[in-house]
Design a protein around this ligand. Structure first.
Ligand code: PEP
Ligand code: MN
Length: 338
């Protein structure tokens, strides 16, 4: 439910409405707009008699939120949320590129990758220290040592970083180092992990599950907002379909749907979606044309020798060409590559 306050409603009136809602068992999420304040009230509608709130001073109207997701919905907040990752804004007018290796392998590999992606214009570094691998025999990541390398390289190169957490037991360790925490596709509906990661207050990069509907994905985001953290970046990374020509099928319609229905920024991962470095560039361009607020791209100094996801990783030089190509696409859709 949304409580729309009158234009001239005072802070005291807003606080009084929130207080009454809490007494009635609701969680409140006031959003202070330019002209009006609205209060998102999440709870059991039945606890609300029509007079309980509408007659309070300063209340203009009560509007139900029709979608199953509430806090992420544009019905509640129609201005775009801008999430800051170590000072870099994600969402709004700019288009931001995050790039780096799939997995942190050693300091040299990470440093070369970070310097290269920064020189080409990426604003955020990516790199996995805890890797969710399909096979238990594949490289599982350097764990905390990888986080330390990411932090060292961030300080040396000057790029904030995003890295994945796969287990609730590691959330606080990852949060100690990272500028943003990634929840991977395979954990999108790990609700304990969503709540725990959300509670850190860090920006959360929430990847869409391999077989999740858009609604399930947004409900997962709702868990994080419900934990009190509205710094969520959605990431479309391809879904399972009958098609086997690419690793997954990039669902660009999801980008447009998400933009229509939520205020959260949405980025695209063409690397995992395609599994093939040759397809990364065309789909990266398509993603920006479709309205993505950014991209997350795997770049490795020596893709052939990568311990993880080499076939989809761009060589730094290819990444540089791609960055040059992205600029006019962003301009064509009225955006700027930040
Ligand atoms: C990754 O970004 O390294 C990753 C494992 O992605 P996803 O969860 O989308 O497969
Ligand atoms: Mn990967």
């Amino acid at each position: 439910m949304i409580i729309v306050m009158k234009e001239k409603a005072t802070r005291e009136q807003i606080d009084a409405v929130c207080k009454r809602l809490v007494e009635l068992g609701f969680k409140t999420h006031p959003i202070f707009g330019q002209e009006k304040t609205v209060i998102g009230a999440i709870g059991d509608k039945k606890a609300l008699s029509s007079e309980a709130i509408i007659n309070l001073q300063g209340v203009e109207k009560i509007v139900p939120i029709m979608k199953p997701y509430k806090l992420v919905s544009k019905e509640l907040k129609d201005t775009p949320t801008i999430v800051r990752v170590g000072g870099v804004p994600v969402g709004g007018h700019g288009v931001v590129v995050m790039a780096g290796p799939c997995a942190v392998e050693n300091e040299e590999q990470l440093l070369i990758a970070a310097k290269a992606v920064k020189a080409a214009g990426a604003k955020i570094l990516r790199g996995g220290a805890f890797k969710p691998r399909t096979s238990p025999y594949s490289f599982q990541g350097l764990e905390e040592e990888g986080l330390k390398l990411l932090a060292r390289v961030r300080d040396e190169v000057g790029l904030p970083f995003v890295t994945e957490v796969v287990d609730t037991r590691e959330v606080s360790t990852v949060a100690d180092y990272a500028d943003a925490i990634q929840i991977g596709a395979r954990n999108m509906q790990n609700f304990c992990l969503l709540k725990e990661a959300g509670a850190t207050g860090k920006p959360i990069l929430l990847k869409r599950g391999l077989s999740a509907t858009v609604e399930e994905w947004l409900m997962a985001a709702e868990y994080i907002l419900d934990s009190g953290n509205s710094n969520v970046i959605l990431c479309e990374r391809g879904i399972r379909t009958f098609e086997t020509a690419s690793r997954f099928t990039l669902d660009l319609s999801a980008v447009a749907i998400v933009r229509e229905n939520t205020h959260l920024p949405v980025i695209v991962d063409p690397s995992h979606a395609t599994g093939n470095w040759r397809l990364v560039s065309p789909l990266a361009k398509a993603a920006i044309a479709a309205g993505a607020d950014g991209l997350i791209i795997e770049v490795h100094p020596d893709p052939v020798r990568a311990l993880c996801d080499g076939p989809q990783s761009l060589h730094p030089e290819t990444f540089e060409y791609l960055m040059t190509d992205l600029d006019p696409v962003a301009t064509a859709v009225g955006r700027t590559l930040t």
